[in-house]
Structure formats: structure tokens, C-alpha cells
Write a protein that binds this ligand. Structure first.
Ligand code: HSE
Length: 438
């Protein structure tokens, strides 16, 4: 049978990885797919030809990605440009032209996935996006297929490699934030705009997608609560460690009786949990299903060949599916399109979690009692409390507390009252805490 023809948009870090892996493993991949796979047409403005092996096998390389999506010879478009525009126009055009699409673009799927999947459904083509979440980890396949028998209760994931790399290096080596971020950029982990990594936006894109797959709800990026790692102080990393916790940037999707929580933020987690020991650029996703219990998926969340691994796995799926009735393919969001439900996504004030609090309080009789009193009045129960040594020349001492679970809205009120006390200086540092017990 004739080889399937790929149109590849982008020859950067991931595009280069796709060419390299296909050049190296093409025969084995063809044995799995049932057909050979050839890159017939690629679009890129510039690329590093020394780092890509097999460029000579590509039929044509042009600068204009629209030329590739209009090429009648191309069967599958691999979109690796990232960003919203022109990626959205290109993907919709490819669908219109009846082409299958594989994309690694999480921002595009999180924001425009509902529209893209509806168009693909109408045209009878597939849009595959395994590489959009957690790089090389086959988490989308796991959720959509491997766990299809389960009622998914919650997901907690380390899904931004750059943030995890920064937090790990800060903790282990005391390195400076900016210096570690520069290294992540040089290694090709970070987004084109690295604020997407450190402000939590990239993780929120991925969590939005995971939440839809887990709960059968439309993609709702705008309702995902987002907090990044830029406010994390080395002091809190150290105090959390003394208390037996690690601070990780987590994406959490949880089903509750009232709705669905979708949130990304720094989180204290017990140091003994496997996921707390996921270091550097590695990603991990912990999924709790009612039948299977907790399952953990671990691997490289970014980088050239790990991401190419997921892209090419999608290509294999799509090639196999080319012989299958479009109506009976695995649905884009795991649930049949007509079966998506409108369970509300809860505002952060409605979310229930435990907390780590740090504040600077005057070292005087009654101060601690007053703070504990405010927490008590708001129904907040303290799990642990520690008074740290004052820093030299400071009149206030750091007070560190762990609380039991409470609704965020009540914690906001308590923190506002504590910050209003004359005996407490500045802002209360608040980091959410999850036990992630199976
Ligand atoms: N910037 C992303 C990360 C790359 O650091 O995880 C993979 O999506």
C-alpha cells in the first residue's frame, strides 16, 4: 500500500524531533501502523539543518504553511507551530480540506478545541492531540481509553516541566529563579513566551483538556483558576520541607457534589508521595478512578523527541483509523459528543482544600491566640503550628501553620481579618495543600 503522506507545519524543537524519530524508527512505526509514513511537504521559516537528520527525505520544504494544508497530496497535517494564529486558521482549513490533523498545540485545543472538534466531526476527520498534555506521557490515551470504565474522581498533575525544573533547582541547589528559567529556555522546554510557564497558563491549558476528558464537559479554559510559581519564596520551600512537604505546581481537576474544580497553583504535598518526588523537567499525572484506584503516569513532559513520541503515536492511530468508520472512532473528548454535560465549573471561592500559611507576627503574649481565634471563628481547624526564629534585626517572627480542609472563600475572609491585625505585618502567604491520599 502507498505510504501515508504527512504535511508538517514547523521544524523547530518538536518538528525536528518528529523528523529524527521518523527517520530512525520509520520501519518499526510502519509495521505498527500498517502503512509507511512519509513527510511529503513541510513548512518552516528557519530550522537547524545540523540537528535534523532525514531532511533530504522530505518531498518539499516551503515557508508558507497554507501551501501545505492546501496540498491535495497530503493526508495528515501535523501542526507544530504553537499559538492561536495562524494555527487555528490552518487547522480549520486542513479539516475543511478533509485532512486528518495531529497537533501538539495545547493553547489551541484548550481555547478553540470545542470549535475544532465540531468541525472535525462534521467533516468526518480526526484531530489528535496526545502531545498537547504532558509531552511524551500517553495520558490522553490512558484517560480516553485505558480508564474508560471508571468514574474519574480527581486528577492531580505536574504538567509544566519548566515550573517543576525551576522549583526543583531552587530547592536542591538554591539557584536563582531567572538563571534556572534561562536554562529551561535554552534546553527547549519553555514556551515561546516563558510567562506562560511560570504564570501557570501552560499548565492551565493542559488541565482544561484533562478536565474535559475526565468529566465529559466541554473545554472551558476561561473558568480554570490559574496561579503560577512567581510568588514562591525560598523561605516557604524550606519551611514546607521541615514540615514534611514539598511545594509542587499542580493542576487539579476534581469532581464534587456541586460541580467540577479546575485549578492550577503551587501546592504543598506530603514528601512521601511518589508524585512529590517527580523532579526536574519530568511530568507526572495522578488519576483517581473509582474502580482502578489511584494510577500514576510519569515521563518527560517536554523536549524534542519525547514530544515527537506522542505526535507520532497519534499519527499511527490516525493511519489505523483511516480505514475505520468516522462515526465509530474514539471521540475527541472521550465521551460521545452528544453526551457532554454542563456540570458547572466551581469558582475558586467554592473550592475546598487544606492550607499552608505564613505570616510575620509580633512576638507578644496573646498574638498567636488571636490569630488562632480568627481561624476558629471561620471554622478553620489548625493541623500544625510553628514559630520560627526571627530574622536578624526584625521585630516580627515568622509563624507557619498548616490547616485542615476549608472552603477557599472562608479562608479568604480569615486571611483578610488576620492581615488587618496591628500585630501582623504585611501579607499572609497562603499556599494550598493537598494530601492526595489514594
Ligand atoms: N513549556 C512546556 C513545559 C513544554 O515546560 O512543560 C511542554 O508543553
Amino acid at each position: 500500500m502507498e505510504a501515508v503522506k504527512i504535511g508538517l507545519l514547523g521544524l523547530g524543537t518538536v518538528g525536528g524531533g518528529v523528523v529524527n524519530v521518523l527517520t530512525r524508527n520509520g520501519r518499526e512505526i510502519a509495521r505498527r501502523a500498517g502503512r509507511g509514513i512519509r513527510i511529503a511537504h513541510a513548512a518552516a521559516r528557519d530550522y537547524n539543518s545540523d540537528a535534523i537528520h532525514g531532511l533530504e527525505e522530505i518531498g518539499r520544504i516551503t515557508e508558507d504553511p497554507f501551501e501545505v494544508v492546501e496540498d491535495p497530496d497530503v493526508d495528515i497535517i501535523i501542526e507544530l507551530l504553537g499559538g492561536y494564529s495562524p494555527a487555528l486558521e490552518l487547522v480549520l482549513r486542513a479539516i475543511d480540506n478533509g485532512k486528518q490533523v495531529v497537533t501538539a498545540n495545547k493553547a489551541l485545543i484548550a481555547r478553540h478545541g470545542n470549535e475544532i472538534f465540531a468541525a472535525a466531526q462534521r467533516r468526518g476527520v480526526t484531530v489528535a492531540f496526545e502531545a498537547a498534555v504532558a509531552g511524551g506521557i500517553p495520558i490522553i490515551k490512558a484517560l480516553r481509553e485505558g480508564l474508560a470504565a471508571n468514574h474519574i474522581e480527581w486528577i492531580a498533575g505536574i504538567i509544566n516541566g519548566t515550573s517543576n525544573f525551576i522549583l526543583t533547582e531552587m530547592r536542591d541547589k538554591g539557584r536563582d529563579f531567572a538563571d534556572v528559567l534561562a536554562e529551561a529556555q535554552a534546553r527547549g522546554y519553555a514556551e515561546a513566551d516563558p510567562t506562560f510557564d511560570v504564570e501557570g497558563i501552560d499548565a492551565a491549558h493542559k488541565l482544561t483538556i484533562l478536565g474535559s476528558l475526565a468529566f465529559g464537559i466541554p473545554l472551558q479554559f476561561d473558568k480554570t483558576a490559574i496561579e503560577g510559581i512567581t510568588q514562591i519564596d525560598a523561605l516557604d520551600v524550606a519551611y514546607a520541607g521541615e514540615l514534611g512537604y514539598r511545594i509542587k505546581h499542580l493542576g487539579i481537576a476534581r469532581r464534587t457534589g456541586k460541580g467540577v474544580e479546575l485549578r492550577v497553583h503551587p501546592t504543598l504535598i506530603p514528601a512521601r508521595r511518589l508524585i512529590a518526588n517527580v523532579e526536574g523537567v519530568m511530568n507526572a499525572v495522578l488519576v483517581k478512578g473509582d474502580a482502578v484506584g489511584p494510577t500514576l503516569y510519569y515521563g518527560a513532559g517536554a523536549g524534542s523527541e519525547p514530544t515527537a513520541s506522542a505526535v507520532l503515536a497519534d499519527v499511527v492511530d490516525v493511519v489505523r483509523a483511516l480505514t475505520t468508520d468516522p462515526e465509530n472512532r474514539v471521540p475527541h473528548l472521550a465521551f460521545q459528543p452528544s453526551q457532554l454535560v454542563d456540570t458547572p465549573v466551581l469558582p475558586l471561592e467554592e473550592v475546598e482544600t487544606a492550607y499552608y500559611l505564613r505570616m510575620a507576627a509580633l512576638d507578644q503574649p496573646g498574638v498567636m491566640a488571636r490569630i488562632a481565634g480568627i481561624l476558629g471563628e471561620h471554622g478553620i481547624s489548625i493541623e500544625a503550628i510553628q514559630q520560627k526564629e526571627p530574622e536578624e534585626g526584625h521585630t516580627h517572627v515568622p509563624l507557619v501553620m498548616l490547616t485542615h480542609r476549608i472552603r477557599e472563600g472562608r479562608m479568604n475572609q480569615a486571611i483578610a481579618e488576620i492581615e488587618g491585625l496591628g500585630t501582623v505585618k504585611g501579607k499572609v502567604v497562603r499556599i494550598r495543600l493537598e494530601h492526595l491520599a489514594g
